[in-house]
Design a protein around this ligand. Structure first.
Ligand code: NAD
Length: 499
């Protein structure tokens, strides 16, 4: 049985705690490895070593740090296939989707190559007589990231790239469900020239997370995961005096206006609702057609598209649209929610519960599921399902549709499909959600913009990647300087005569 440990001080080390958790192959429903779960003491030791290594890295000029990032980009491209394969094997997503996972992280590393420019402070010449004022952005020291299972390459890179480029040492606590890729990223960063101890990958569960929250050396924590854990980490981390940003769950609505191109909207919904088995925080899980005629036309267009979806293991290459859910528990939870939708009176248009695949009977697959006539009191509407389940909530007016997106407790992403610029503009201006798509179903901002949700999808200030990340991982020091008259006035420039 393959054993995965930690990556500390530039090398793989075995876990000391004696605690492990199984890493599954979700397509087969079989254990493929065991990953060590760090004790609090192991976490604290990794932090102490990081703290010893950080001052030299922080004092390295930003251009040299950027060159490590540049080389890291080259190595990520070199190993793209290997990374995608390892990612799919543990997560279950298709190979093209796994490559996208790596690619979207890689793009943030490319952005971090601009660190010398991004870290420049401000300067005011002659703020007073002979007085100059300037600011510097300095690294925080040791910072940490706690990341979810659903993007095991992208989200660790969103966190570690800016943190390292700013001159911090970084403790990564990845998801215990798919730990291989984060360990591979650490190896590549070492190969790219990152000094030992600057990136420590510590695998673990709540015990390691609590040690991060309570370790006084750790200055900042970036978390991505489910909302209950985000709230917990935000509360405990902040009360320990740390800078904390936490990104949580989602329930993303897509509004379809009567004037929308219905083929385009249906294509978009199928990709955004079922891609990656719905295990994306930017997945569309609620379709809100405006008017019954729009709803009927939409369902009519959706059904044949959904029927054509191919569900299978990543090893089938480009022939599959999505793979299994990540664990047996995730599958049970999604099936339970589908049952609840039926019991609470939603119309089940397509039922994915009975899905089986020859040779993969023990895999965690769920077929694509479509509900119509969902109402806001149902569990399938209130909860983030995180599975291949799309719910349709019918609205009679634009205002009613807007209200659904506004009133839901989550506010990660939302989209509107329309041909009317005025409606789209009104929607973007008024909706209380962090990321908006106009005829774009999954509006994930690119690396040089920032990513973050509102309401129960995001806690704390500043978003992920883009310029916000460089603010999050640095603190500002402002210097006011006045130099008294120097040599140039009243100085004597000739040899003194000796009496
Ligand atoms: P999760 O909350 O179960 O786990 C996230 C991290 O927290 C993992 O590293 C895990 O080990 C740790 N953790 C889990 N339980 C803990 C506990 N009791 N105490 C301390 N730490 C704990 O999330 P997940 O299932 O890995 O990821 C899916 C969730 O992440 C979904 O809700 C999804 O919407 C969300 N997500 C959000 C974004 C975003 O940017 N908003 C992006 C991706 C995923």
């Amino acid at each position: 049985m393959k054993q995965l440990g930690h990556f500390i001080n530039g090398q793989h080390v075995a876990g000391q705690s004696g605690r492990f958790v199984d890493v599954m192959n979700p397509a087969l429903g079989e254990v493929q490895a065991r990953v060590a779960l760090a004790s609090g003491a192991e976490l604290d030791a990794a932090v102490a070593a990081a703290a010893a290594a950080q001052p030299a890295w922080g004092a390295t000029n930003p251009q040299r740090r950027a060159r490590v990032m540049m080389e890291f980009v080259r190595l990520l491209n070199r190993d793209m296939d290997k990374l995608a394969e390892a990612l799919s094997a543990e997560h279950g997503k298709t190979i093209p989707d796994a490559r996208g996972d790596v690619q979207r992280g890689l793009e943030v590393i490319e952005f971090c190559i601009g660190a010398p420019h991004l870290l420049k402070g401000e300067f005011t010449d002659s703020a007073g007589p002979g007085i100059d004022m300037y600011s510097m952005r300095q690294p925080l020291g040791v910072v940490a990231g706690i990341t979810p299972f659903n993007f095991p390459a992208m989200i660790p890179m969103w966190k570690m790239g800016p943190a390292l480029a700013c001159g911090n040492a970084f403790i990564l606590k990845p998801s215990e469900r798919d730990p291989s890729v984060p360990l591979m990223l650490a190896e590549l960063l070492k190969e790219a020239g990152l000094p030992d101890g600057i990136l420590q990958v510590v695998n673990g569960d709540k015990e390691a997370v609590d040690a991060i929250l309570d370790n006084p050396t750790i200055q900042a924590i970036g978390f991505v995961g489910s909302t209950p854990i985000a709230e917990y980490i935000y509360g405990r981390g902040c009360s320990n005096g740390k800078r904390v940003q936490c990104f949580g769950g989602a329930k993303n609505h897509m509004i379809i206006m009567p004037d929308a191109d219905m083929d385009q909207a249906a294509d978009a919904l199928v990709g955004a609702g079922y891609g990656a088995a719905g295990e994306r925080c930017m997945a569309i899980s609620v379709a809100v057609p405006v008017g019954d005629e729009t709803a009927d036309r939409l369902i009519e267009k959706l059904v044949p598209r959904i029927e054509k979806l191919k569900v299978g293991p990543y090893t089938s290459g480009n022939d599959v649209d999505y793979g299994p859910l990540v664990t047996a528990q995730a599958r049970e939870r999604v099936l339970g929610l589908i049952d609840s939708g039926v019991e609470q009176g939603a119309k089940l248009v397509m039922d994915g519960r009975g899905f089986t695949l020859q040779g993969y009977e023990s895999g965690y697959f769920v077929g694509p599921t479509l509900f119509d006539k969902v109402t806001t009191d149902m569990e399938i509407y209130k909860q983030e399902i995180f599975g291949p389940v799309l719910s349709t909530v019918r609205a009679q007016t634009y205002e009613e549709a807007l209200g659904y997106a506004m009133d839901h407790e989550y506010g990660n992403g939302t989209a509107i499909f329309t041909r009317d610029g005025d409606t789209a503009r009104d929607f973007a201006a008024r909706v209380n959600v962090g990321m908006i798509g106009i005829n774009v179903p999954i509006p994930v901002p690119l690396a040089y913009h920032t990513f973050g949700g509102w309401k129960k999808s995001g806690f704390g200030d500043l978003n992920q990647h883009g310029t916000d990340a460089f603010r999050f991982y640095t603190r500002t020091k402002t210097v006011t300087s006045r130099w008294p008259s120097g040599l140039k006035e009243g100085g004597e420039f000739h040899f003194k005569q000796m009496d």
